[in-house]
Design a protein around this ligand. Structure first.
Ligand code: DI6
Ligand code: FE
Length: 416
């Protein structure tokens, strides 16, 4: 059967292809789940003829002059977890720091205990509402990291749940192996042995099961060193798996420079990065992923070097970092608002940060993140008068319609 041809007309497009790539009176043609053509509505007739649709009557959607962007991409989340850490948040409000709580055996390790105790079904059930909240905002692709299991079986459990969420919800899930999140109790005082185990045993086993799209490491004073990250990266490279990095969140350990030298997909957080890191990221094409919700929630004083990153020409992405410790949030639109107000991104940078550059941070630039021929037909129709509104509203969701692989998604009580 030939793939269905659909026409989406009367749209204001932000293709995110070249800068915002705005087309004031635009239209799209999709074939099957992909974009076939994007352009001025006035050229639609010719494009349809070229698409071989003469005589056929493709399904037509009049978008009523609304703004359309690529489907949003949340390129950094720890969305699969059990329980929460509201108690630690209360402690932090009383003045205890995130690092102090972590050193005392709380922090990531308290979520590790909850995840290990949870069944796969429980983990799925607790994580699903968070995913539902993100999809309702127009997120059509998201990354989910492991890192709260810290045994082979529990890391596998997290990654399987992440994959299962991707099958249960109308979006694409990419999974990242983050066993190098913190040293588990079984390896206390033996971090090198732990890194050797995850690099030489767990990673190949999970990769063989098809559960790993990328490998990540938390390079930090309270986590892993640059040498340990390098050890893990070597194992990833041997398997042909791309790497990512959590770096310069609480201190500067040199993680970003390593990530750039290894052509990592992204280096994330970056509050303690400076000009050297910005230049290295720009040179290597490694995306700088900004996580303003973690910055906000930890009450950090130091901001990522946005001016230096911009001047160097680094690609900036923005993500929710959804996790129970430093960023208990399920709104990518809120992350955009915070990236503009707290970090000084422009509205355009924030939008590119959740579309084109977020795709790049996941190694998906060839297939999504922009509205262009050949890309997956994931896009969002918005109830906004300008795309600046996407980083303007706080706690308000102006999503009208989400289209995933050229199919209109339906939610209850929406799309009047
Ligand atoms: N940095 C973060 O912000 C999250 N992980 C990381 O390496 C926090 C994870 C947590 O506190 O549970
Ligand atoms: Fe994170």
């Amino acid at each position: 059967m030939p793939e269905a041809l659909r026409v989406w007309r009367n749209a204001r497009l932000a293709t995110c292809d070249a800068a915002l790539g705005t087309i004031a009176r635009g239209a799209l043609i999709t074939r099957g789940g992909h974009i076939e053509w994007v352009g001025e509505e006035s050229a639609l007739g010719g494009a349809l003829a070229a698409a071989g649709a003469a005589g056929a009557s493709p399904e037509e959607h009049d978008l009523g002059g609304a703004w359309v962007t690529p489907g949003l991409i949340d390129c950094h989340t720890h969305l699969v977890f059990a329980g929460n850490r509201a108690d630690e948040y209360a402690e932090r409000l009383r003045g205890r720091s995130y690092a102090e709580i972590a050193r005392a055996g709380g922090g990531i390790l308290s979520t590790v205990r909850a995840v290990r105790a949870a069944s796969e079904q429980q983990l799925f059930d607790e994580s699903a509402p968070r995913l539902a909240a993100l999809t309702a905002e127009g997120v059509t692709t998201l990354e989910i990291k492991s890192g709260y299991g810290l045994t082979l079986a529990d890391e596998a459990k997290m990654l399987r749940v992440a994959r299962q969420l991707g099958r249960a919800f109308p979006l694409t899930v990419r999974t990242t192996f983050l066993a190098a999140h913190t040293v588990p109790p079984e390896y206390q005082g033996r971090a090198d042995a732990y890194v050797a185990t995850i690099a030489d045993e767990w990673l190949p086993a999970l990769a063989a099961d098809g559960l790993v799209d990328a490998v990540d490491v938390f390079c930090e004073s309270i986590a892993f060193s640059v040498a340990q990250a390098q050890r893990l990266y070597a194992a990833a490279r041997a398997l042909g798996i791309p790497v990512k990095m959590h770096a310069e969140q609480l201190t500067n350990m040199g993680g970003t420079l390593l990530a750039a030298s290894q052509r990592a997909l992204s280096s994330d957080h970056l509050e303690y990065a400076g000009e050297a890191e910005a230049a290295a990221l720009a040179r290597s094409g490694t995306v700088a992923v900004l996580l303003p919700v973690a910055y906000y929630c930890l009450g950090e004083a130091r901001k990522p070097p946005v001016a230096a990153l911009r001047a160097a020409g680094a690609a900036l992405a923005v993500a929710s970092d959804c996790n129970p410790g430093s960023a208990p949030g399920t709104s990518l639109l809120l992350a955009m608002s915070m990236a503009t107000r707290l970090f000084g991104l422009t509205a355009q940078e924030a939008l590119l940060g959740v579309t084109r550059h977020a795709a790049q941070a996941l190694g998906l630039a060839a297939e999504r993140g922009v509205l262009a021929p050949g890309k997956t037909a994931d896009f969002v129709v918005w109830n906004v008068r300008s795309v600046e509104e996407l980083s303007y509203w706080i706690g308000f969701n102006p999503r009208r319609t989400v289209v995933r692989a050229a199919e209109v998604l339906r939610w209850p009580n929406t799309n009047p």
